[in-house]
Design a protein around this ligand. Structure first.
Ligand SMILES: *Cc1c(COP(=O)(O)O)cnc(C)c1O
Length: 821
């Protein structure tokens, strides 16, 4: 299969500007998903709400060199070594490229369509077939005019079966999906009422869906559904049928009985006259129906009834995404701002209703306009109002023009706003108390601004983060590197305590090549907040692979055990070619493959397609200290040998990196392709322990001042004994906020109006007391714990630790405030 840019240009009939050689492995339409810039072809798509052309400069910066465009960029001379493939319609180009790709395969391809259940049926077919066959399937619910071509492109020389879902929202769309998928086996799940008004009738809609199956060898559907049966008759297909029925025992697949238990359902069936049975761990009707479709497909592939029964028993549910958090004033927040279609609204409302623990609380829904439903607003919001009513919602806040226009349809206590900003400005959010609040909005509405305000954050202690200083530090270290050396910025541990999102956003704006976090949750938080840069996970947990796949978070892999688990999980999720970063142990003796294990690692990597090495790296143990320089040099040598051995086994570029902050400063010769910047970014030079440009300042406020008599004591255990009449101020920061308890009893001080105020007595969990006898101050005055005027290294020196520990100890409940001029 030749994916040379030359060939692709021909297939899509493009006018090619540029002559650079390239071989394309990846098609990209969403710049956030970029993984392998060198081997990526980006399609700049114009949609109703967005224009992909605007991401071209950013992608170019990140290393992408191949673009399919409708319009050429104005400053085309600024782009070196690129190919622009100019076409009339980049979506059509994407589709015809995928259709051409499909033609190269003579293997069974399952096409799944219908109103509901497509994704679940596709996943379950996969779960039933994949132990025997290599199955390529649509990721998630990639079933649209864009998702289908991207899915089909994932087929490669290993694929033995393809399973793809197709969804449409308008008449005529199915034809283009048929050309791309060209299914040989068709599954029609069911026909429901969604997206109705664009179709003349249910029958037209059913006929439209059936066009997907025009050239199929076999067709699978519910024969008891009169509408579907009659449409299949009318379509005059010559395909063989595996129609299943619960009433007609002449049908090829006859369902004899369905027995629901407490947690599982047993289904008895006869296929071509032979009786068998299976049990699934679900009891709802939709799951039962979905299992019957999947059963028919498995039978067609001649999976034995025994194996089917084994695999059915362990079917896994297809997950949904809902977050529950504590809110202010006794509220509970259910956050689901991922999408806003009717089906997911219903699921979320259902979820909210089931939260039995919160029965005493009122139920509030904050809902944005529902976009691209395909229905007229009148019908749509009538349905929404009905759902809201049925699910026992007490109050609704609607945001958006459409939902506001339909406000009269809602019977509940109600408030409507045209925009999210109007809602925020209205002060209504501050008044909510003791409610369960479901926050559900399309991405465009940025409902995260609402949840931010409703989330519980106590305290008047804040960490101020100076983003300008961050950028200054970034540039200071960048100047020490060659211009082509890529940079990973470490934002693990909430960006060394500074708060990961804002820091990540700032770094992304300054075009760093990678962000690195410790665990998957840190990464998903960034993704949910809209960070699109490539993200590396340094300590991937075995339990979080799904999160990594969902959010395109690229794990570090340091052992065979981890690698095997990852490959297995990727297989289960239908993920292929997921980028990973190989860690080699060159002397830290913490985590990593031993250099001798490289041949075995190469052979394992070659025998699978789930993951693909994007980079290889190691970590220096003493780059900040001259006494370890010979050890450092040895580490670099070992790394050089091991990494080139790995690279030699693969044709694609694998990035090599070993330098951390001190390494950048002291071992510039070992830059390889990339460096990893951590502490330096946050202002601390690990070599000199000096602060470059201070980034984080931890501040608190004086809550109350007491006049305390000589020989009285302050705080627990009467530790703080006073030698004179004193003024003692209480500040709302304690060891639970990250103020180390060992700083108490006069060992350290903070600054009040620029003057040193020692800690008196034991530091408590949430409060500390300071001596302000000699300081002119009043309640409400600011206190600096560390930062611009009191370097963090003063505290780490007192405690005999390193600044990393102080910075990362500032707890989550301390609010972060960012500024930049
Ligand atoms: C944290 C970390 C770094 C950054 O180290 P600094 O000393 O803060 O620059 C680099 N590489 C790895 C693997 C890390 O875990």
């Amino acid at each position: 299969m030749s994916n040379s840019i030359e060939n692709i240009s021909k297939v899509i009939g493009a006018k090619r500007i540029g002559t650079a050689q390239a071989n394309i492995d990846w098609l990209l339409t969403d710049s956030r998903s970029l993984g392998f810039p060198e081997e990526t072809l980006f399609f700049a798509l114009k949609t109703k709400r967005n224009n992909g052309h605007k991401y071209i400069p950013d992608l170019y910066e990140r290393g992408v060199r191949n673009f399919v465009v409708n319009d050429l960029p104005e400053n085309i001379a600024d782009y070196a070594d690129v190919n622009f493939l100019q076409v009339k319609d980049s979506l059509k180009a994407l589709q015809s490229l995928a259709a051409d790709h499909r033609k190269q395969f003579r293997i069974p391809i399952v096409g799944v369509t219908g109103s509901n259940g497509k994704t679940v049926v596709k996943e379950w077919i996969y779960q039933l077939l994949s132990p025997d066959k290599i199955v390529t399937r649509s990721p998630r619910s990639y079933n649209s005019q864009i998702g289908v071509p991207l899915s089909v492109w994932l087929m490669n020389e290993h694929t033995q079966v393809g399973v793809f879902e197709a969804g449409i929202s308008e008449m005529g769309e199915m034809e283009s999906l048929r050309e791309i998928i060209q299914p040989t086996i068709g599954v029609l799940t069911n026909i429901g009422g969604a997206h109705q008004e664009n179709f003349f009738s249910m029958q037209d809609k059913c006929m439209e869906k059936l066009t997907l199956f025009k050239d199929c060898d076999v067709l699978i559907y519910d024969a008891d559904n009169k509408l579907i049966s009659s449409c299949v008759q009318k379509s005059l297909f010559t395909a063989r049928e595996i129609a299943w029925s619960k009433i007609d025992n002449e049908r090829p697949l006859f369902i004899e009985s369905v027995e629901k238990g407490v947690e599982s359902t047993t289904i008895k069936y006869r296929y071509l006259g032979i009786p068998a049975r299976y049990t699934i761990p679900f009891i709802d009707d939709a799951s039962i129906e979905n299992s019957l479709h999947s059963l028919a497909v498995a039978l067609y592939f001649m999976v034995s009834p025994t194996k089917i029964a084994e695999r059915m028993a362990t079917l896994e549910p297809v997950a949904m995404r809902l977050e529950v958090k504590d809110g202010k004033n006794g509220c509970v927040l259910i956050n689901d701002s991922y999408n806003s279609d009717l089906a997911s609204l219903d699921i979320a409302l259902d979820f909210m209703q089931r939260r039995s623990a919160d029965k005493s609380k009122k139920r509030m829904l904050i809902l944005s306009d529902i976009l691209e439903s395909g229905q007229s607003n009148k019908l749509l919001y009538r349905e929404v109002a009905q759902m809201v009513h049925n699910r026992g919602i007490d109050k609704i806040i609607g945001v958006g023009e459409d939902i506001s226009a339909a406000s009269n349809l809602f019977d509940e206590e109600k408030y409507f706003f045209q925009t999210t900003e109007e809602l925020i400005d209205s002060n209504i959010l501050q008044k909510l108390h003791d409610e369960v609040i479901l926050i559900k909005g399309a991405r465009e509405f940025h409902f995260e601004d609402i949840s931010d305000r409703l989330e519980l954050k106590v305290h008047e202690t804040i960490l101020e983060v100076n983003l300008n200083a961050l950028i200054d530090n970034l540039n200071w270290y960048r100047n020490k590197l060659r211009p082509e050396t890529k940079l990973v910025c470490m934002v693990k541990a909430s960006a060394y305590g500074a708060g990961s999102y804002e820091v990540a956003k700032t770094l992304q704006d300054h075009r760093v090549d990678y962000l690195a976090v410790a665990v998957a949750d840190e990464g998903s938080v960034l993704r949910k907040a809209g960070i699109t840069a490539s993200i590396m996970i340094m300590d991937p947990e075995l339990t979080a692979f799904k999160t990594m796949f969902d959010y395109k978070l690229e794990p570090e892999v340091y052992s065979f055990q981890l690698l095997e688990a990852l490959i297995k999980a990727a297989g289960k999720e239908g993920v292929t070619n997921f980028p990973i970063h190989i860690k080699i142990n060159t002397g830290m003796n913490r985590l990593g493959f031993e250099p001798e294990e490289i041949p075995q690692l190469i052979s394992r990597l070659k025998r699978q397609t789930a993951v693909i090495p994007r980079s290889v790296f190691s970590h220096l143990v003493g780059s900040d200290s001259a006494q370890f320089d010979s050890y450092t040099v040895r580490q670099i040598d070992i790394f050089k040998k091991a990494s080139s051995e790995l690279q030699a086994a693969f044709s694609h570029k694998i990035l090599c990196h070993i330098l951390n902050t001190a390494g950048i400063e002291r071992f510039g010769g070992a830059q390889f392709d990339m460096a990893r910047l951590g502490l330096g970014l946050y202002g601390v030079d690990p070599f000199t322990n000096k602060v470059l440009h201070n980034v984080s300042t931890l501040k608190s406020t004086i809550l109350q001042i007491h006049n305390v008599k000589k020989e009285d004591t302050v705080g627990y255990s009467r530790k703080g004994c006073l030698e004179r009449d004193s003024r003692i101020a209480a500040i709302p920061i304690g060891y639970a906020d990250g103020l180390d308890r060992r700083l108490g009893n006069g060992r350290a001080y903070c600054l009040v109006n620029g003057q040193k105020a020692p800690y008196i007595g034991n530091i408590c969990m949430d409060v500390a007391m300071i001596d302000v006898t000699d300081i002119d101050c009043v309640e409400g005055d600011r206190v600096e714990i560390f930062g611009d005027n009191l370097p963090v290294t003063v505290l780490s020196d007192i405690l005999g630790t390193i600044p990393y520990e102080i910075l990362t100890s500032v707890s989550d409940r301390v609010k972060r405030i960012y500024y930049q001029d």
